[in-house]
Ligand binder design. Structure first.
Ligand SMILES: [Fe+2]
Length: 392
């Protein structure tokens, strides 16, 4: 996170005695990235964060096998056809992945158990529904269009709002850290004026969340697999914390799109960066305004990237005839040139001539710099005719 935050009670100096009302000491914990050399926070626990009483191996809730995109093809997956398979953690159906990132989809109306992903940061995009994110840092109330960025190792759980219906999410699980793009920040971390969002758009826990309990299981994900650790006391026992490292939410509707006279490439939509990938937000915006502009993408072959595009709202004029709809995901891999479907360029030029000046498209894109393998969740909802839609 780019800025300092303090929540609840913390002592005046770090690493000094900080006492509970009964005279005992609070237990200080440093959560820090990159071996004491990057962002960190200090958390003050009522109980020892080290006290575990049991550890057991756990089988994954859904199929996590990946296979190469062979024969190489552009793909269309219809997440609308995926059923709920558990909670928002164990019910994640793997769509695609590589050594840098795993992309999954989940639908659920039930609370997850406590979860700690120790492989990397997660960015969870809420497509639909309302959900309460509870963590050792406190609570974030989230809803449609929110990205919730969860730092590596944060113990948390997802609690769908009981009357809000099922929650649909796209989970972006990094093998490393997910941050705002460096080029949006000053050398000391403040968002610059050209950035399409800034500190005021970010929401983070405002007060501590303290829950009493004993023998509390926490599902822990590491490269070795899944383990259920049972903590002697409830891990939500933090009375205060401060630092630069904490979960936060950003809503896609707070993204300020940048528009050019002629068509701008996806980096103007960039929202986050991770190891070997970027996340971009395509939001409603004015169309490109040169009198002879073609205000949809040109055919392109981004030779170093696989492009994973999740269509979350609006109208897809560039994709007419492709079968793409809200809830669809397209995967356009390196090795394949992609672009608008036949007739789409002429149709948008005609629409502009009729006075249309805006686009309502909304999409979340993950561009990876290494090829994406395909997950069983994606293969179970694939539209097999998509690859041939440009040749019709
Ligand atoms: Fe593209």
């Amino acid at each position: 996170m780019p800025y300092y935050r303090v929540v609840g009670e913390v002592p005046r100096k770090r690493h000094v005695q900080f006492r509970r009302p009964d005279g005992g000491l609070y237990a200080e914990e440093l959560m820090g990235e990159e071996g004491f050399s990057s962002d960190s926070s200090l958390l003050y626990h009522r109980y020892l964060p080290t006290a575990i009483v049991k550890a057991e191996a756990v089988e994954p809730g859904t199929e996590t096998r990946l296979e190469p995109n062979l024969p190489l093809s552009p793909r269309h997956f219809r997440t609308q056809e995926l059923a709920s398979a558990g909670d928002l953690v164990t019910g994640r159906m793997v769509l695609a992945g590589n050594g840098d990132v795993r992309l999954s989809y989940a639908t659920s109306d039930r609370p997850s158990e406590l979860y700690r992903n120790s492989m990397g940061d997660e960015c969870v995009y809420v497509q639909r529904g309302r959900v309460r994110f509870e963590s050792t840092y406190g609570v974030i109330e989230a809803g449609e269009g929110d990205y919730i960025v969860v730092p590596t190792g944060t113990i948390h759980r997802w609690v769908p709002e009981p009357t809000g219906g099922p929650v649909n999410v796209l989970a972006i699980e990094a093998a490393g850290h997910i941050r705002p793009p460096k080029r949006y920040l000053s050398q000391y971390g403040q968002f610059l004026e050209h950035a399409p969002y800034c500190e005021r758009d970010l929401r983070a826990p405002a007060e501590p969340l303290v829950v009493e309990g004993e023998e509390v299981p926490v599902l822990v994900r590491t490269r070795g697999g899944l383990t259920r650790l049972v903590y002697r006391n409830h891990p939500f026992d933090v009375v205060g914390w401060d630092g630069y490292l904490y979960p936060f939410a950003f809503n896609i509707n707070d993204f300020e799109p940048i528009v050019k006279k002629t068509h701008a490439p996806p980096p103007v939509h960039q929202t986050f960066e991770g190891p070997g990938f970027v996340v971009c937000s395509f939001c409603p915006r004015p169309l490109d305004y040169h009198p002879e502009a073609i205000p949809i993408p040109y055919n392109h072959h981004n030779v170093d990237s696989d492009e994973f595009m999740f269509y979350v709202g609006g109208d897809y004029s560039a994709r007419a005839g492709s079968g793409i709809d809200v809830g669809s995901i397209s995967l356009h891999p390196a090795g394949f040139t992609h672009g608008p479907q036949p007739g789409a360029v002429e149709a948008v030029i005609d629409a502009v001539a009729r006075g249309i000046t805006t686009t309502s498209e909304m999409a979340v894109m993950v561009d990876t710099f290494r090829p994406l393998d395909l997950g069983q969740g994606a293969l179970s909802c694939e539209d097999p005719g998509y690859a041939w839609t440009w040749a019709r």
